[in-house]
Design a protein around this ligand. Structure first.
Ligand SMILES: Nc1ncnc2c1ncn2[C@@H]1O[C@H](COP(=O)(O)OP(=O)(O)OP(=O)(O)O)[C@@H](O)[C@H]1O
Ligand code: SF4
Ligand SMILES: [Mg+2]
Length: 361
């Protein structure tokens, strides 16, 4: 949760390094020929510490879900490593992989389609026990499922109901209960509130916040909206076209962004205070996001960047603290993949401003 500075010194639970997922693009029906590749994830690095929430944000198609799927082993990377407590899980198979998968669970975006409509809530939440019977013996499963329903704020008496008998927010609570069934250490939540109304989003985020403390969870929390992740994240990584372009503590990213893309995204976040709104500069990006089959040379953001120079087409900017900001220290000195990174003039809303507490909602 955002207010836990102790996580900065906690040990890494996930270490992602040089992660790539390229899907081959083929032509021909009988004799398939590879004519290119979709570079869905194109060199992602980050660390998740125990007890921490890392928010990952970026526009549609930038590769967020593909990263999520690789973290929970639904997709195998083209290259790179994902270390869970120091062990590269991309190299595991069989029993060892199954054991690790238990500890890294996913919560999906759309509570309307991710729950099987023909199964009762009890069967949906208890299904992971079929794969891991060692966690809950058959005779104890219903008790555990009732407990989980209670933990996520649903009436345990609903155990025999079907998904269509619940609201969107309640369904996402069911998805979270299922994610918790195996008592994982890491939850990868892929846009868990994007399909919900704003008022319900706040309730689900606050529930996740509470569960994090209760179950000692570490979260990778994916969203396309920067205002959603701020309330829950300790750190935030901003993705563009398959890569993280800026990453840092939430205050560094929200109040002192140095990458032009982050500055543009933040300039579009709604500000509730009219006075602050008046003083802020809205950055409208030119053009569309380039295709992931044809990523620009040098800096991948250069085709839309108002600061682009010759060097930007030649040299790929590394995701590091920019040398000219390093010496100064302070909140601007965080990782930013831009040759000309500098503090922006964009004004933003205060943390948590749009998210009421669980008791209020
Ligand atoms: N199985 C696949 N085969 C080919 N291309 C794919 C496949 N899965 C994803 N892609 C492409 O990879 C890119 C990244 O997709 P991804 O779903 O990870 O994006 P995202 O950031 O989660 O987007 P959204 O916000 O819309 O959910 C997109 O261009 C997508 O079309
Ligand atoms: S490296 Fe150049 S093109 Fe890329 S974000 Fe920085 S200024 Fe813009
Ligand atoms: Mg997605």
């Amino acid at each position: 949760m955002a207010s836990a500075p102790a996580t900065a010194s906690a040990e890494p639970i996930l270490e992602v390094s040089g992660l790539y997922k390229h899907y081959p693009l083929t032509q021909g029906i009988l004799f398939k020929k590879q004519v290119g590749s979709v570079k869905a994830v194109d060199g992602v690095d980050f660390t998740l510490r125990r007890g921490e929430t890392l928010g990952i944000v970026g526009e549609s198609g930038c590769g967020k879900s593909t990263v999520a799927k690789m973290l929970v082993n639904l997709e195998r990377p083209t290259a790179g490593s994902i270390k869970y407590k120091g062990e590269d899980i991309t190299k595991l198979s069989g029993r060892a992989l199954k054991a690790v998968r238990r500890n890294i669970q996913m919560v999906f975006q759309d509570p309307y389609t991710s729950l099987n409509p023909r199964m009762t809530v009890g069967d949906i939440i208890g299904e992971p026990y079929d794969i891991h019977p060692e966690v809950a013996p058959k005779g104890d499963r219903r008790r555990r499922v009732r407990e989980l329903l209670d933990v996520v704020g649903l009436n345990p008496e609903y155990i025999n109901r079907y998904p269509h008998q619940f609201s969107g927010g309640q369904r996402q609570r069911i998805g979270i209960a299922r994610g918790l069934a195996l008592r994982p250490e890491v939850i990868v939540a892929d846009e868990p509130v994007s399909a919900l109304d704003v008022s319900v989003q706040a309730q689900v985020i606050n529930l996740m916040d509470r569960l994090q403390n209760e179950f000692d969870l570490s979260y990778v929390f994916i969203a396309h909206d920067l205002s959603i992740v701020r309330h829950i994240s300790d750190r935030v990584g901003v993705m563009y076209l398959g890569r993280i372009v800026e990453i840092g503590k939430d205050a560094e990213i929200y109040d002192h962004p140095t990458h032009p893309y982050t500055q543009a995204l933040l300039s579009a976040v709604p500000v509730p205070d009219p006075e602050a709104r008046e003083h802020r500069e809205r950055i409208i990006l030119a053009g569309d996001v380039p295709s992931p089959t044809n990523i620009p040379s040098g800096c991948r953001f250069r085709t839309r960047c108002w600061k682009a120079q010759e060097r930007c087409a030649q040299e790929v900017p590394a995701l590091v603290v920019p040398p000219h900001l390093r010496g100064r220290g302070g909140p601007e000195a965080h990782d930013s993949a831009c040759h000309f990174a500098e503090a922006g003039s964009v004004m933003r809303s205060a943390p948590g401003q749009v998210v009421p507490t669980e008791a209020e909602s």
